[in-house]
Design a protein around this ligand. Structure first.
Ligand SMILES: CC(C)(COP(=O)(O)OP(=O)(O)OC[C@H]1O[C@@H](n2cnc3c(N)ncnc32)[C@H](O)[C@@H]1OP(=O)(O)O)[C@@H](O)C(=O)NCCC(=O)NCCS
Length: 336
């Protein structure tokens, strides 16, 4: 086994802001309800002609510029997304071509909804640590605005668009991945979905709108139960304690989910990094966006213990304990 590490990060959000005030013009809602129930003030919305592959490319360009990294020796591209430009070709293949990543590199999209980025990190770690791949580009990106029902006030206030990218590579030294835990409960698949070729999940007939549908209360209950238990199991496997975690980065679904999760874990909310307030729930992008915000603000340092935990449709969840080993930054990050 060779050591795999996260060595660089980049991110991107579209320019257009959708504020709580804007939403009051669209549905029967108000700023106070949204802030109290979710913690969200704004989201970024992709242009009509701006797709997930565009967000991915911009996030990788930010990474390349900041850390002076080249993509000509990347040997695998993983894009975690629920909103690929196409069912096929994959978003990863589109990104591979745009960034001139060698034809010998593998490229595929990974579908694990809001847990997708952590699932992709887990995959990248396995590839690099086993010695099968040397440099894997991992991207979490979504344009959920394109599948959001802007007549449904219970979902349209939650979601936004964004992308975050990291490089996972090995320098032959000790690795930065300290433990993982993941799982899936397909029995809850009908609680958050978008219909595809079939309209039935778990013998339940779905609303065939081609837009995101969710039973927010059920997802809330499941997440608050599942994440603290998953964290406990992860720490047990890694033989570490909660006190050793410098930053907890849960999926930024909603502050109303993060708070009870922290309460149940007995973890201080002050040591949570999230990307909710100005970006909303960006699905596969929330964790890399939150991590990058923490780095940009000077909070997150190389060598600290970070606990990432994604959860969402599937229902799927995945946690990963990592220490960053970022290269020296040589360029300024793009403005978020
Ligand atoms: C969506 C969520 C914020 C709703 O909060 P809640 O406290 O469960 O609210 P409810 O759905 O029970 O609705 C409470 C009331 O607020 C109303 N309401 C819902 N959305 C509203 C909005 N945007 N503005 C104003 N009122 C709203 C409901 O209609 C309901 O009114 P009623 O009591 O008159 O029927 C919450 O369920 C949640 O966070 N769920 C998890 C969803 C999530 O993050 N999913 C992504 C997972 S990856």
């Amino acid at each position: 086994m060779t050591g795999a590490k996260i060595t660089a990060i980049g991110s991107y959000v579209p320019a257009r802001r959708l504020t709580n005030a804007d939403l009051t013009q669209m549905v029967d809602t108000n700023d106070e309800w949204i802030v109290q129930r979710t913690g969200i003030r704004e989201r970024r919305i992709a242009r009509k002609d701006e797709y997930t592959s565009d967000l991915c490319t911009a996030a990788v360009q930010d990474l390349m510029h900041r850390y002076d990294k080249k993509m000509d020796d990347v040997d695998m591209v993983l894009v975690a997304t629920s909103t690929p430009d196409f069912t096929f070709p994959s978003t990863a293949s589109i990104v591979q071509h745009r960034l001139n990543i060698p034809l010998s590199a593998g490229a595929f999209d990974l579908s694990a909804a809001c847990a997708g980025f952590v699932y992709a990190l887990h995959t990248a770690h396995s590839y690099v640590a086993s010695g099968m791949h040397r440099k894997v580009l991992v991207i979490g990106a979504d344009t959920i605005s394109k599948i959001t029902d802007y007549n449904d006030r219970s979902t349209c206030v939650l979601f936004g668009d964004g992308a975050g990218a990291v490089l996972v590579e090995s320098d032959g030294q000790a690795g930065g991945f300290k433990g993982f835990h993941l799982g899936s409960d397909g029995g809850g698949g009908h609680h958050v979905y978008r219909t595809g070729l079939s309209h039935t999940v778990n013998d339940v007939e779905m609303v065939d709108s081609q837009l995101l549908v969710q039973n927010g209360r059920e997802v809330f209950r499941w997440a608050v139960r599942t994440v603290p238990d998953g964290v406990k199991q992860l720490l047990g496997k890694a033989e570490m304690s909660l006190q050793q975690i410098d930053w907890f980065i849960p999926h930024s679904a909603n502050m109303r989910i993060i708070e009870p999760i922290c309460e149940r874990m007995g973890y201080p909310i002050e040591q949570v990094l999230h990307s909710l307030v100005y970006f909303g729930n960006t699905s596969a992008a929330t964790i890399p966006l939150a991590l990058d915000l923490g780095i940009r603000e000077g909070k997150v340092q190389n060598g600290q213990n970070l606990l990432l935990y994604g959860f969402g449709a599937g229902l799927t969840h995945a946690g990963q304990l990592v220490q960053l080993d970022l290269a020296v930054q040589t360029g300024e990050p793009t403005t978020l």
